[in-house]
Design a protein. Structure first.
Length: 230
């Protein structure tokens, strides 16, 4: 599970309880662990930090972050991490790029407890724009992703792509990659940014390459998904 998201043990709505020798542990919680991956920071094309001794800091209510041995950060701005003596944090925007094991990161480190599982399925997905059918198929991919509700994706061959228009909207996910967004138009009905796809997902999300999912005002989505809670 993700430690800080959803019902994880460090989230604000954790499902279980934490105890130490029988006594309940409450209040803000922080979990620090070794991170046996090579982490690099770049200014331009120059590597200014390169270590395999980073720690991961899971802090309730905050994005996942790195803590580095103080002797590896050089002249980069830094601040001590109270929960990790001898280690410091470096602001994410203090460098031009962060790289972990060859993968350039955006926004925050990828969470080792975050899982994405993409499975071919026969669950039906129907999407309408006004009265026009945009998608109606049971040849779909279901995505189970930590802390998120399951979602169906569909190959473009099952989509009325003639009704789609690419927009300028983009987003990024460390687990699915850069998203392209699409509007749908049928007659007088126009729905903006109601579809999205991933043209170059990371290996764990490869089954989603170029597949589309839909949600938002202006479209009617009926997806055959597992009932919440089982």
């Amino acid at each position: 599970m993700s430690l800080v998201a959803g019902s994880g043990p460090l989230s604000s709505s954790r499902a279980g309880t934490l105890s130490l020798r029988g006594e309940a542990v409450d209040g803000p919680l922080v979990y620090v662990e070794p991170h046996a991956r090579r982490v690099q920071a770049l200014l331009g094309t120059t590597v200014v930090l390169d270590t395999e001794r980073a720690l991961l800091v899971h802090r309730q209510g905050a994005p996942l972050s790195y803590a580095f041995p103080a002797d590896v950060v050089g002249d980069l701005p830094s601040a001590p991490v109270a929960e990790a003596p001898g280690h410091v944090g470096v602001p994410w925007d203090a460098v031009d790029a962060w790289v972990e094991e060859g993968r350039r990161l955006v926004h925050y480190p990828p969470n080792p407890y975050h899982r994405i599982d993409c499975r071919p399925t026969r669950r039906r997905l129907e999407v309408l724009v006004g009265d026009v059918v945009l998608v109606d198929t049971d040849d779909t991919v279901i995505v189970f992703e930590t802390a998120l509700a399951p979602r169906l994706y569909v190959h473009p061959r099952y989509v009325r792509t003639d009704l789609l228009r690419r927009t300028d909207t983009t987003s990024y996910c460390n687990y699915k990659g850069h998203a392209t967004y699409w509007s749908a138009a049928a007659g007088d009905a126009v729905a903006t940014d109601v579809g999205w796809s991933y043209a170059d997902p990371p290996p764990e999300a490869e089954p989603l390459r170029d597949h589309l999912s839909f949600e938002g005002p202006g479209v009617s989505v009926r997806a055959e998904l597992p009932a919440p809670g089982g």
